[in-house]
Each structure stands twice: as structure tokens, then as C-alpha cells.
Design a protein around this ligand. Structure first.
Ligand code: ATP
Ligand code: MG
Length: 333
């Protein structure tokens, strides 16, 4: 079956211009050959550290940025080939919820008008009228009818994010790109917003690409996980598999840092990554994770050379999954 969204070898390189030079002198490889799919009604969690290219991926999918290369297909249709009218339809079907609900809402626009805006922009009058539809949406996300004429500054962060979700739902999308929608919220409010997103998915069958830097946020929520590092996917698979039996050393390191509910839990298994994230303008050749990989220094020369030459294609971008667990255990001893 064709997935709802199919992304293949997607790349976005931002040109770097040195002072005085007209032509680009290099490129920031923000997204560098990323492939994944999202099934209808399901959630893909896209996780990774700050700067690894998550938002750029989201913006490419929203067509807010042009890809350098690669393919994005919605229901099997290549979106780069869509005609103007089809592009408008695409913009209806794919919506976005942003990280910072304060900056994504216009302070001078009432909440009712903000939620109505996508309908008006697309020239859509729902049965019963725009106002009735906005009131339904407000009810769906847990806002009261008297909130209609209020302004964003009168709302808490969680309420503002509810407005953002109502606005994203206004056009009945098939896919919502949620770019760290709960990162700016208090922990207690995070759970409420995630529960709301789950309820909405159950009711409407909408799919999510849920971007997070914290694995624990997506653990109970996503059907599949893609772990991103320096513009590339390190590991990709079912959530249960990725959490239950992670294979890539980077995934293992991220998981070892997920907070344990029990404060007395044994923390000795925490894998600490050394060094800084390399610059995406000058990533290591071969495996981009090699400079921080806790496994790589202990490898025999022949295996180490493989890291510098290439990465295996497939769901786990590491040559050494066969020995990674043992090698990591040795670094922790
Ligand atoms: N318009 C741009 N021009 C040049 N470089 C950019 C641009 N947008 C993003 N970048 C760079 O691309 C890389 C990836 O950025 P991106 O915002 O996608 O990361 P992210 O994973 O969303 O990070 P965060 O968790 O901090 O939101 C970063 O190095 C960033 O500085
Ligand atoms: Mg981001």
C-alpha cells in the first residue's frame, strides 16, 4: 500500500557565502539524504539533538523551503510536480503546529479570527458557516466559547498551543507536522497537549510527523521513530523495536539519557557523548557520528576504516551493530 507520505533521499544544503565572494564557498548540510514514510492515521516521531535538521525537514515538507534534491510524495504524488491549484490542495492536506505558540499567533488577532484564518485564506465556507466551524474546533481542543473574542496575551502557553492545534485542524488535514509542539510548555501541560493530539488522531485519523529532541516525549505516542543526527537518519523503525532493542550507538546513547521515573534507578549505564556536535558545514566523511561515537575508538583498524569510508544503507546507519552492545558495555566498565 502506498504510504500517505513518502520521503526519499531528501536533501537541503544552505549555501555559505564568504565575505566578498559572490559564489557560495560551501554548504550547510542541514538535511542530507533523509528517507522515511508516514502511514495514514499514524505518528512518526523524528528525534535528535538541536541543529540536526528536524525543523528544516518539517519546512521542506510544508514547502516553505525548496529541497536541494530528493523526493517528497503525498499519496504517491511528487509534490515538486504539483500545479498551482494542486499545491493549494496540498497546503490544505498538510498543516503545521509550531514550537512556540506565542510567536506563531498574531497578538492583534482574536483567537476566533486566528482559527478562522486558514478557512478564509482558502475561500472555504463550511456547512453552517465559518463561525460555527470555529466554535466546533474550539470545543474540540478544549477552549471555551467565550474565548472566541479574546486575544493571545490573555492565554496560557498550553491554551495558545490549543489555538495552534485548532487552526491546524481547520481544513481537515491528513497530516500535521508538529514541530516540538510541547517543548515550550510545563511538563504537566505537555501531557495534556499530547493526550489531546492522541484523541484527535483517534477521532479524525490524521497522521502526525512529531518532531522532538527528547525521546521520552515520543515513546508512548509514536508508531515509528526516526533518529536524526547531523542531517541524516541514524536509526529508523517501530517504536517498540527502537526503544526495546536499539541498534545504533547514537540511539543507545540517547536512550540511556532518558530520565527514569524512579530517582533511585541505576544511572551507571548512562552513555555520555564526548565532544561537540560537528558543524553541518563540515561533517565527517563516511559516518557523521564517528567523531562522537563511543564505540569507534575501540574498534580494530579495519572496522574503524569502514566508519570513515561509508555508511550502510538501510534502517540502521552503522556497520557495527553486531558488536555495538558489547563495545558500549566495555566503555561503561
Ligand atoms: N535558512 C538557513 N540558512 C542557513 N542555515 C540554516 C538555515 N536554517 C537552518 N540552518 C542550519 O541548518 C541546521 C539544522 O537546523 P534546524 O533548525 O533544522 O535544526 P533542528 O533540528 O530543528 O534544531 P532545534 O532542535 O534547535 O530546533 C543548523 O545548523 C542550522 O543552523
Ligand atoms: Mg527545530
Amino acid at each position: 500500500m502506498t504510504p500517505l507520505l513518502q520521503v526519499t533521499d531528501l536533501t537541503k544544503h544552505f549555501p555559505v557565502r564568504s565575505r566578498g565572494l559572490q559564489r557560495a564557498s560551501g554548504a550547510i548540510k542541514a538535511v542530507d539524504g533523509v528517507s522515511f514514510s508516514v502511514e495514514a492515521g499514524q505518528t512518526l516521531g523524528l528525534v535528535g539533538e538541536s541543529g540536526c535538521g528536524k525543523s528544516t525537514t518539517g519546512r521542506l515538507l510544508m514547502r516553505l523551503l525548496e529541497p536541494t534534491s530528493g523526493s517528497i510524495k503525498l499519496d504517491g504524488r511528487e509534490i515538486a510536480e504539483l500545479k498551482r491549484s494542486e499545491l493549494q490542495e496540498y497546503r490544505r492536506r498538510v498543516q503545521m503546529v509550531f514550537q512556540n505558540p506565542s510567536s506563531s499567533l498574531n497578538p492583534r488577532q482574536s483567537v476566533g479570527s486566528a482559527i478562522a484564518a486558514p478557512l478564509l485564506a482558502q475561500g472555504i465556507t463550511p456547512p453552517g458557516g465559518v463561525k460555527a466551524r470555529v466554535r466546533d474546533l474550539m470545543d474540540r481542543v478544549g477552549l471555551r466559547p467565550d474565548h472566541y473574542n479574546r486575544f493571545p496575551h490573555e492565554f496560557s502557553g498550553g491554551q495558545k498551543q490549543r489555538v495552534g492545534i485548532a487552526r491546524a485542524l481547520a481544513l481537515d488535514p491528513q497530516l500535521i507536522i508538529c514541530d516540538e509542539p510541547v517543548s515550550a510548555l510545563d511538563v504537566s501541560v505537555q501531557a495534556q497537549v499530547i493526550n489531546l493530539l492522541e484523541d484527535i488522531q483517534r477521532d479524525t485519523g490524521v497522521a502526525y510527523l512529531f518532531i522532538a529532541h527528547d525521546l521520552s516525549v515520543v515513546q508512548h505516542f509514536a508508531d515509528r521513530i526516526a533518529v536524526m543526527y547531523l542531517g541524516k537518519i541514524m536509526e529508523y523503525g517501530d517504536t517498540d523495536g527502537v526503544f526495546g532493542a536499539p541498534e545504533h550507538p547514537y540511539t543507545r546513547a540517547l536512550l540511556s539519557a532518558v530520565p527514569q521515573p524512579d530517582p533511585a534507578a541505576d544511572r551507571s549505564g548512562r552513555i555520555r557523548l564526548k565532544g561537540d556536535l560537528p558543524s553541518p558545514a563540515d561533517p565527517p566523511r563516511g559516518c557523521v557520528f564517528q567523531s562522537r561515537c563511543p564505540v569507534q575508538p575501540g574498534l580494530d583498524p579495519e572496522r574503524r576504516q569502514r566508519c570513515t569510508e561509508s555508511v550502510p544503507s538501510g534502517d540502521v546507519a552503522c556497520h557495527h551493530v553486531d558488536i555495538a552492545a558489547e563495545a558500549l558495555a566495555a566503555t561503561l566498565r
